[in-house]
Design a protein around this ligand. Structure first.
Ligand SMILES: [Zn+2]
Length: 108
């Protein structure tokens, strides 16, 4: 999958900013940092998660040229960009339970 073209649900639906529930950074001591996205698909309503290497991350990946964000949506998204310690701890805990991300945690 070419991540640069955008975030997609398993069903193929494009994920846009309005679908994002949680957004944060996963910073590792060694290796690349990741942008973490939790989203609800607007088509199948399923919750999905996505990690994107920070270097490859581009906010335009969540941007649909046909729907411009309103100011309130923009404000909401900017608010989600802030991540506090409790969220970070919760996130690490979550990560430990995701076996499919085993290669992500490895530095090899
Ligand atoms: Zn979907």
């Amino acid at each position: 999958m070419n991540k640069a073209t955008g975030i997609r649900c398993h069903c193929g639906q494009r994920i846009l900013r309005k679908d994002v529930l949680h957004y944060g950074f996963y910073v590792k001591l060694f290796g690349p940092s990741y942008v973490y996205l939790k989203f609800r698909c607007s088509r199948c309503k399923k919750i999905g998660e996505e990690f994107v290497e920070k270097d490859k991350w581009n906010e335009n990946m969540l941007h649909d040229r046909t729907t411009e964000m309103t100011d309130s949506e923009k404000k909401k998204f900017n608010g989600m960009g802030k991540i506090d310690i409790s969220e970070m701890v919760e996130f690490h805990h979550e990560l430990e339970n995701l076996t499919s991300l085993e290669d992500l945690k490895s530095d090899t």
